[in-house]
Ligand binder design. Structure first.
Ligand SMILES: [Mg+2]
Length: 225
């Protein structure tokens, strides 16, 4: 189990302190550990950051370590969020029953689409767990995630990307409006997902393979850094 000592913990606390000083008390800050720490280290990070009043603390440890996640969530005043790597209703059920999270970050492109997401969100609602869809994806997933979020009573916030490529706005007309303070605060008024794909513009940007990430731990195990 990776136990890295206090140096990275102090660095994280210093980084969040600098962020808080830069933005003041009225801007919400979220921290994402991207599921890299062990449960023991995730707890150390969480304790060190708890007094900064984070909006939520994301994936403080491996999502399959549900008992560890639950221990971290119970030990902090900061709400713990997780779920982007969880792919089925049964695994979400374990997570909710053990109160491993306060925020469910299902990803509609991982968990089985809108029908599966609806079941998971209903289960989260029954546990009084908030919904914050994970979505670092393209415009179709973004539209679906936003519309899905607006349809759910426990929806609080949705991850979106707007400037991943400079031509993003050329290939699609998005139905939502970014309003005051960069927020999308209401569903679109167009039919369906409210997006129109510009096929001619899409053809100007054929598929290109990104660099394939192949990361391995020192012991040879496949990892995600
Ligand atoms: Mg994440």
């Amino acid at each position: 189990m990776p136990i890295e000592g206090m140096k990275p913990v102090r660095a994280a606390a210093a980084a969040v302190a600098a962020m808080r000083e830069a933005v003041g008390p009225d801007i919400d800050i979220m921290v994402d550990c991207h599921a890299r720490p062990s449960p023991a280290m995730g707890l150390k990070f969480g304790k060190a950051l708890d007094d900064f009043g984070l909006y939520f603390f994301e994936e403080p440890c491996w999502p399959e370590a549900v008992d560890g996640l639950a221990k971290i969530n119970a030990a902090l005043t900061t709400p713990v969020a997780s779920g982007e790597r969880v792919t089925n209703l049964e695994a979400f059920k374990d997570m909710f029953e053990k109160r491993a999270v306060e925020i469910c970050q299902l990803d509609i492109t991982h968990c089985g689409g809108l029908s599966a997401a609806k079941r998971i969100a209903a289960l989260a609602e029954a546990h009084r767990i908030a919904l914050a869809p994970h979505n670092p994806q393209g415009p179709v997933s973004t539209a679906a995630s936003l519309e899905f979020g607006f349809s759910q009573p426990s929806y609080i916030i949705c991850e979106t990307v707007h400037n991943d490529v400079p031509w993003r706005q050329d290939v699609v007309e998005e139905g939502f409006t970014i309003e005051t303070k960069g927020r999308i605060v209401r569903p679109n008024t167009e039919p369906g997902l409210g997006i129109t794909i510009n096929e001619a513009e899409v053809k100007k940007h054929p598929f290109q393979q990104e660099i394939v990430l192949r990361e391995f731990s020192p012991d040879g195990a496949v990892t995600d850094w």
